[in-house]
Design a binder for this molecule. Structure first.
Ligand SMILES: *Cc1c(COP(=O)(O)O)cnc(C)c1O
Length: 401
C-alpha cells in the first residue's frame, strides 16, 4: 500500500529529539527560540512566533484584533474547516467566498461582499499555491473608507486585517518575497501532514506596517499564548526571578522544545531536500498526465509566484462527484491511498446547519467534485509515482470507460 503523506522521520530527527529530551528542557525553551529566529530569517520578516498549531495561533490573531460578535471575516468556501472554525470561536461570522479555477479565493467576489462589519480577510494558499495576497492587501486598502474601526488596534490599522492561511505554503513565494513577508500576519501549520512538520505545531509571521512594532506584537502573543503570564518558564528559571504577574486571562498554546527539535531538522533541509523532491514528484505526475484529456493537472505557479508543492490536486476533466468517488474506490483497490482536498465548508453539517448552501459556491463545488489528491512526500520514489499514475489511469478507465 502506498500511503498518502507519511512524515519524514529519520535518524537525524530522532537524534535531535533525543538531544532535546536529554537536555532536560522539554517545553518552550532554547530550541523553540532558535526555531523562531530561523523561521523569521527564512521568511524575511523580523518576528515569528511558534505555537502549538495554526488553529490556536490564528485564533489568537483574531482575538488580538478585537474581532467578535457582529463582525465578519472573509474566507474562501474551499478550504479546511479550521479557517472558518476560528471565526466562529470568536463569535464572528465567516463570510464565504467562491474560488477561482486555481482553487484560491476569487477577490472580485470578495470585494462585493465587503461591508462595514468586515474586519479581516483570510486568503488560503491551497495546495501550496499562493493566493493573490497582494491583491488582498490592495482590497483592504481600497476598502479603508468602508472599514469601521472598533478599539485601539483596529483604529491603528484603519483597515481590515489580511491574515494569510499559509498552512500549505511554507517556502512558497510571490515575486521576490516569501510567503510570510506579504500579508499583515501569516499563519503556518506544522501538522504531521504538512510540508514542514513538528508533529503538531504552527507559527505566525508578523509583518504589520508602522506604527505597529512587530517586536512588541511578538511579546504580546507570547504572553497571550501563556495564560497572560508576564514571564515564561524559561525566564523564571533564572535564580531569584520568581515573581510574575498575569495581565489577562490568556490562552495556552505554546510550542514545546520537542516539537521545535523536529522543526529545526526539517527547516535545515527544507530548501536543499524537501522542496526539490516534492517539486520533482509533482513534475513527474504532470508529465505523466499531460496530453491525456481525461485529466487536468494543478498549477504550481506562474511568472508571478511559485508554490510549495504541498498537494498534487489532480482533477478528472469530466467526472461527476459519484464518478470521482468510484474512481477513488478503484484506486484504493490498487493499493494506493489518495484523498480529496477539500469538502467545501458549505457541505459540512456544521456550516449547512448555519445556513450556508453549496449552490451559492458553484466553482468550489465544481473543483471539489472532480478532485483527487495524489501522494506527495519526501520518501516517495519515482517508481512509486509511476505506480500511482498507473493505478489512477486504470481506475479512470474502469469507471469512466
Ligand atoms: C492543516 C490546515 C489548517 C490547520 O492547521 P493546524 O496546525 O492543524 O491547526 C488550517 N488551514 C488549512 C488550509 C489547513 O490545511
Amino acid at each position: 500500500m502506498i500511503p498518502f503523506s507519511p512524515p519524514r522521520i529519520d535518524e537525524r530527527t530522532i537524534a535531535e529529539v533525543t538531544a532535546a529530551l536529554r537536555s532536560g528542557w522539554i517545553t518552550t525553551g532554547p530550541r523553540t527560540k532558535e526555531f523562531e529566529r530561523r523561521l523569521a530569517a527564512y521568511c524575511g520578516v523580523e518576528q515569528v512566533i511558534a505555537l502549538n498549531a495554526w488553529t490556536n495561533a490564528c485564533e489568537l490573531v483574531l482575538r488580538w484584533f478585537g474581532i467578535g460578535t457582529g463582525d465578519e471575516v472573509l474566507v474562501p468556501a474551499y478550504t479546511y474547516c479550521a479557517t472558518a472554525n476560528i471565526v466562529l470561536h470568536v463569535g464572528a461570522r465567516p463570510v464565504m467566498v467562491d474560488v477561482k479555477d486555481d482553487f484560491t479565493m476569487d477577490l472580485e467576489a470578495a470585494r462585493r461582499l465587503v461591508t462595514p462589519a468586515t474586519k479581516c480577510i483570510m486568503p488560503v494558499d491551497i495546495g501550496g499555491l499562493p493566493a493573490d495576497q497582494e491583491g488582498a492587501m490592495r482590497l483592504a486598502e481600497d476598502m479603508r473608507t468602508v472599514f469601521q474601526a472598533e478599539g485601539e488596534v483596529q483604529q491603528q490599522l484603519g483597515r481590515m486585517l489580511v491574515l494569510s492561511d499559509a498552512a500549505h505554503s511554507f517556502g512558497a513565494h510571490i515575486g521576490a518575497r516569501r510567503v510570510g513577508a506579504i500579508a499583515d500576519i501569516t499563519g503556518f501549520s506544522f501538522h504531521a501532514v504538512k510540508n514542514l512538520t513538528t508533529a503538531e505545531g504552527g507559527a505566525l509571521a508578523l509583518n504589520l506596517p508602522a506604527p505597529f512594532s512587530n517586536a512588541v506584537l511578538y511579546r504580546h502573543f507570547n504572553v497571550m499564548s501563556l495564560h497572560g503570564q508576564s514571564k515564561d518558564a524559561l525566564s523564571k528559571m533564572q535564580a531569584g526571578a520568581w515573581r510574575y504577574d498575569v495581565t489577562m486571562a490568556g490562552w495556552k498554546c505554546n510550542m514545546t522544545d520537542l516539537q521545535a527539535a523536529i522543526g529545526l531538522v526539517e527547516l535545515d533541509r527544507y530548501d536543499s531536500e524537501t522542496l526539490p523532491r516534492r517539486k520533482a514528484i509533482c513534475t513527474r505526475y504532470s508529465d505523466a498526465f499531460a496530453g491525456d484529456q481525461r485529466f487536468l493537472a494543478p498549477s504550481f505557479g506562474d511568472a508571478a509566484r511559485e508554490g510549495s508543492y504541498h498537494l498534487y490536486m489532480l482533477r478528472l476533466t469530466n467526472a461527476s462527484e459519484d464518478q470521482r468517488d468510484a474512481v477513488i474506490a478503484a484506486i484504493a483497490q490498487r493499493e494506493v491511498s489518495v484523498n480529496v482536498h477539500f469538502i467545501p465548508m458549505p457541505m459540512l453539517s456544521v456550516y449547512r446547519g448555519l445556513g450556508y448552501r453549496i449552490a451559492d459556491f458553484p466553482n468550489a463545488y465544481r473543483q471539489y467534485s472532480r478532485e483527487i489528491s495524489l501522494p506527495v512526500y519526501y520518501d516517495l520514489s519515482d517508481a512509486q509515482v509511476d505506480q500511482v499514475v498507473k493505478a489512477v489511469k486504470e481506475a479512470v478507465t474502469e469507471v469512466m470507460g
